[in-house]
Design a protein around this ligand. Structure first.
Ligand code: S3P
Length: 183
């Protein structure tokens, strides 16, 4: 049985490089055996049969977003899941109530310089960063953060900054706040 007043699931949203997967793994481990960590991009890649950059190249962003909505809808119907979403999961209007109905939605943030440091080494894995023409990475990230900020805000019940902190420390804060959460 789920604990009374504890969220059915915990959903992590936020920009690329804000720690959704590392914090998500740590949080699921803290919550114990009956909780599982899932990554919507990993599920999507399994269903599509190829990695995310290949999917973007073959099918385009619109089709990626359609598939992402289907995956998120399935995961959000589950229970005792820590769900790491892709950075663009808040972009489609219809996803926002789906995410919020799943449980506690946490927006993980980080300073732009931290996002650059965390993403620049494996930029090719992220088509939205790799395909930026001649813009430098920081400028591009600042533009996307500006566009997406209101969307994350709309989706989230809680905001947690991840700059200069360890995943375990962040996960501990989310667990504590989840215990105080009133649906
Ligand atoms: C995206 C973020 C990626 C992945 C895809 C699109 C985005 O996930 O879903 O490349 O639009 O921000 P991560 O945030 O896990 O890198």
């Amino acid at each position: 049985m789920l604990e009374e007043n504890f969220p059915r699931n915990i959903v992590l949203v936020g920009f690329m490089g804000c720690g959704k997967s590392t914090v998500g793994r740590s949080l699921a481990a803290r919550l114990g055996n009956s909780w599982r960590y899932v990554d919507s991009d990993v599920r999507l890649a399994e269903v599509a049969g190829c990695d995310i950059p290949t999917l973007f190249k073959n099918e385009g962003e619109d089709n990626f977003r359609r598939r992402e909505t289907q995956i998120l809808t399935g995961l959000c119907a589950g229970e005792r899941l820590v769900i790491a979403t892709g950075g663009g999961a808040v972009l489609r209007d219809e996803n926002i109530p789906v995410l919020r109905s799943a449980g506690l939605v946490v927006w993980l943030t980080a300073r732009a310089d931290v996002v650059v440091a965390r993403t620049e080494r494996r930029e090719a894995d992220r088509p939205l960063l790799a395909n930026r023409g001649d813009k430098d990475l920081l400028t591009h990230i600042l533009t996307l953060l500006g566009e997406r900020g209101p969307r994350y805000q709309q989706a989230a019940h809680l905001i947690v900054d991840t700059s200069d902190r360890t995943p375990d420390n962040i996960a501990a804060e989310i667990e504590r706040k989840a215990r105080q959460w009133q649906k």
